[in-house]
Design a protein around this ligand. Structure first.
Ligand SMILES: Cc1cc2nc3c(=O)[nH]c(=O)nc-3n(C[C@H](O)[C@H](O)[C@H](O)COP(=O)(O)OP(=O)(O)OC[C@H]3O[C@@H](n4cnc5c(N)ncnc54)[C@H](O)[C@@H]3O)c2cc1C
Length: 363
């Protein structure tokens, strides 16, 4: 009997767990190890911040999902990997053996080392909902990072504050233009919506120093804050580098198009925690983490059966739908830009469908 361990309840692993019941693995014990009972769906964090969703709406019960699939759930955080021994170490020293292991643990905060003591962490992602509840009612909230996450959350928090009669004083600080990773149209649309909704945003401002009550930027401007959320992009956990596994220069686990680690046929990875050797610039987002699920599942099965592995080919274009608060969203797809209630309805439909796919397995 072999042991297959899934580390982290990320998107690609949800897919694998969802498949086991339909397509059981012969002579294989399956274990999921994740540090929280729940996997939170980041696509719904903005709706949660705005008050559209309850905490139960945005999370999947990993124990129930695993057990319904015939897998064992262990609540633990993996802190070390010993590839030579085929062992993982948990936060309290427990040792877990594996024959085959897959990592889908997401990414860490990119808070600079010298600022870590002053800011509350948001990652792993089960910490995020509590951080949002704290931030949205804070006297002077600041969000650092003008990417999709920072923009969505700034709009959503202001929408919630409007409902509660609180001042619309959320500040969004970004070193680059808002949504710059999504192209010129996205930048123009995001800025126009921000002006229309009176969102205080400052672009071209690099955070240099944070002290207990204020942020000082490269422009020598000081912004006082009562709570600050760092949403300036993903960083890697140190786990892979510490284990001597192949990584990119930032410490993300390096995998081939088969989601397998070079030189380690028994180690796979997917989602934000990996970098694809042949697509090093691929953005780290939930879209690719979801798309990698079926290839990961197929390849894990093939490896157990000593068959050939399939390749993951990232799609060139994808549709982004970003919540902009007040029940509205911005849809971007190539040349198409659409803002208003309709894109938000589409987003809600897609997000609820995603959640239902997994919840219906155990509910
Ligand atoms: C506010 C916000 C909004 C976003 N909106 C979108 C969006 O609309 N569309 C989009 O495509 N992307 C979005 N993203 C990005 C998206 O969240 C990530 O790219 C995506 O969650 C990555 O998925 P994943 O499967 O790699 O990991 P995650 O979803 O982060 O899951 C990782 C899992 O691993 C567990 N874990 C972590 N460390 C360990 C460990 N050491 N041992 C065991 N388990 C561990 C975690 O608890 C978690 O269960 C958003 C991000 C944020 C912050």
């Amino acid at each position: 009997m072999k042991t297959l361990v899934f580390v982290g309840g990320g998107h690609a692993h949800l897919h694998c767990l969802g498949q086991i019941k339909k397509d059981p693995l012969p002579d294989c014990r399956v274990v999921l190890i994740s540090p929280s009972l729940h996997q939170y769906y980041s696509g719904m964090f903005s709706g949660f911040a705005e008050g559209l969703y309850s905490i139960d709406d945005i999370r999947i019960d990993l124990r129930c999902l695993s057990e319904s699939a015939g897998a064992r759930f262990i609540m633990d955080r993996i802190v070390a990997i010993d590839p030579a021994a085929g062992q993982l170490t948990g936060a309290n020293g427990a040792i877990y053996d594996y024959d085959l292991v897959s990592f889908d643990i997401g990414s860490d905060d990119s808070i600079p080392e010298e600022m870590k003591e002053l800011l509350s962490p948001n990652k792993p992602n089960f910490l995020f909902p509590d951080r949002l509840l704290q931030l949205r009612k804070s006297a002077q909230p600041i969000i650092v990072g003008g990417g999709a996450a920072g923009v969505e959350l700034a709009f959503s928090i202001n929408a919630w504050r409007q409902e509660q009669g609180l001042p619309l004083n959320t500040i969004l600080l970004s070193s680059s233009p808002l949504l710059s990773g999504l192209g010129e149209r996205a930048i123009k649309s995001a800025e126009a919506i921000a002006y229309r909704k009176s969102l205080n945003f400052f672009t071209g401002y690099q955070v240099e120093v944070i002290d207990r009550g204020s942020v000082v930027t490269s422009e020598r401007q000081a912004f006082p804050f009562s709570d600050l959320l760092w949403a300036a992009g993903p960083a890697s956990f140190r786990l892979f580098e510490d284990a001597g596994l192949p990584t990119d220069e930032k410490g993300f686990l390096l995998v081939t198009n088969t989601l397998n680690v070079v030189g380690h046929p028994e180690i796979f990875g997917a989602g934000d925690c990996v970098t694809l050797e042949h697509y090093p610039g691929l953005p780290k987002n939930g879209v690719y983490a979801v798309r990698q699920g079926p290839v990961l599942w197929s390849n894990v099965k093939s490896r157990l059966a000593s068959e050939e592995l399939a390749s993951f080919t990232p799609q060139k274009r994808f549709t982004s739908i970003l919540s902009t608060g007040n029940g509205e969203a911005l849809l971007l797809n190539g040349g198409i830009t659409l803002h208003g209630r309709l894109p938000m309805k589409v987003k809600q439909y897609i997000d609820l469908k995603f959640m239902k796919r997994y919840k219906k397995i155990y509910e």
